[in-house]
Write a protein that binds this ligand. Structure first.
Ligand code: PMP
Length: 397
């Protein structure tokens, strides 16, 4: 049943049309755009293009209306418990979102002796801003302690017990990642609230979850969410920060800093409408199934090692928590070489480093990241090429 659903949706991506279309396997970097998003942008640019927030004439008013409508759409897409009091600030992506939270909220609210807990082994976008905030505060004579968010070695999830051991009366902020951009695991962030108690603000990097699965700020009970619109099928250079209204000090980012990316902003409304109509649960199920197909295929070869907890080896309930991101390494062939070989076969993957704040084992690997437009055939094409490079089939490095 999902097959027919998927074919109908894939057909809506112009860039993927044609029998000789390459295989796009880098959706964790940015997602492809359905026709509905392109149409919304086109319609806007040919009927109402103007600057936002300053007009007295029709096009400017229409632009402002679309921007404000998108702000409300971000709230509903994130299942906001209190949309009347929350804030949405538009950014160019998750990195700028997290930097904005660090600069405009954290540095304003921390006091001498305060402590924060942040994830240094995740994407660098969720590490550097907090260190930058610490530097700014230190320069003002405010000393804070920055703790590394602890991980379980096996599952790569956050270690709840170790986290509990870090929380003190001075803990003022916890930053976490919803879905890891290399291992593809849901980091169990819904458990963080129980560990840190009701009063510590939790900030979520949702770059790899928004647009892939339902993200509910109500269920997750978080205070800040930063995400990338462009990874959720909106235009390049889009994203937002959502900040809850009901608890904690208000978040007041710098307002319009220059002219906003109006077409990009409203493309998020179109993308969210499209994704919800397609069905986020099914999108999630589809990508995870493709990830399992790839992981199972790799397990039948000798030369490949999958990083993190392999999808198909986790318990059934855990398979549901894992996303369509599979990162692996060839035991003899370097990852950039492998990336080039795959590119020659029309297979577009991410190779080598992955912007991890603290590299290590992931530094040289190949990442395949999937979305609803990918197909089982594409996974098999990839596995066919990988098999020709396998020791079992006589390949030599
Ligand atoms: N956080 C995570 C987990 C990511 O995967 C990414 C993108 N690779 C980012 C942050 C940065 O997103 P952007 O490039 O949109 O700023």
């Amino acid at each position: 049943a999902l097959g027919a659903w998927q074919r109908q949706l894939r057909a809506q991506f112009p860039i993927l049309r044609g029998a000789d279309a390459p295989v796009y396997l880098d959706s964790a970097a940015t997602a492809q755009k359905p026709q509905a998003v392109l149409d919304a942008v086109h319609t806007y640019l040919v009927t109402a293009n103007a600057n936002a927030g300053r007009g007295i004439y029709t096009w400017a008013n229409r632009t402002t209306e679309l921007v404000e409508r998108t702000r409300e759409r971000v709230k509903s897409f994130l299942d906001d418990p209190d949309p009347a009091r929350s804030t949405v600030h538009f950014t160019s992506g998750t990195s700028e979102g997290l930097r904005t939270i660090a600069r405009d909220w954290l540095t304003e609210h921390l006091r001498d002796g305060d402590e924060i807990i942040v994830p240094f082994a995740d994407h660098q976008a969720n590490a550097q801003p907090w260190l930058e905030a610490q530097r700014l505060l230190t320069a003002r004579g405010v000393r804070i302690t920055v703790h590394d968010m602890p991980y379980e070695a096996e599952s790569k999830d956050y270690d709840q017990a170790a986290l509990a051991g870090l929380v003190t009366d001075q803990t003022r902020f916890v930053a976490a990642t919803h879905v890891h951009h290399i291992y593809g695991n849901d980091m169990n962030v819904h458990r963080i609230r129980d560990v840190v108690g009701p009063d510590v603000p939790i900030c979520l990097d949702a770059a790899q979850s928004v647009g892939h699965l339902p993200v509910s700020t109500t269920d997750l009970d978080v205070d800040f969410v930063a995400f990338s619109g462009h990874k959720a099928m909106a235009l390049p250079g889009t994203g937002a920060v959502w900040a809850r209204g009901a608890r904690g000090p208000a978040f007041t980012p710098g307002g319009w800093s220059g002219s906003p990316n109006t077409a990009g902003i409203l493309s998020m409304e179109a993308a969210f409408d499209w994704l919800e109509a397609a069905g986020l649960e099914n999108i999630d199920r589809w990508s995870v199934a493709l990830g399992v197909r790839l992981t199972d295929g790799l397990a039948r070869l000798d030369s490949y090692e999958v990083l993190g907890c392999p999808l198909s080896l986790t318990a059934d309930s855990d398979v549901q928590r894992r996303q369509g991101i599979v990162t692996f390494r060839h035991r003899d062939i370097g990852s950039s070489d492998l990336g080039f070989i795959l590119a020659e076969h029309g297979l577009m993957v991410r190779a080598d480093g992955h912007c991890q704040a603290r590299g290590g084992e992931t530094d040289s690997s190949v990442r395949v990241s999937l979305h609803l437009y990918n197909t089982p055939d594409e996974i098999d094409r990839l596995l066919d090429v990988l098999a020709t490079l396998d020791r079992r089939n006589g390949a030599r490095a």
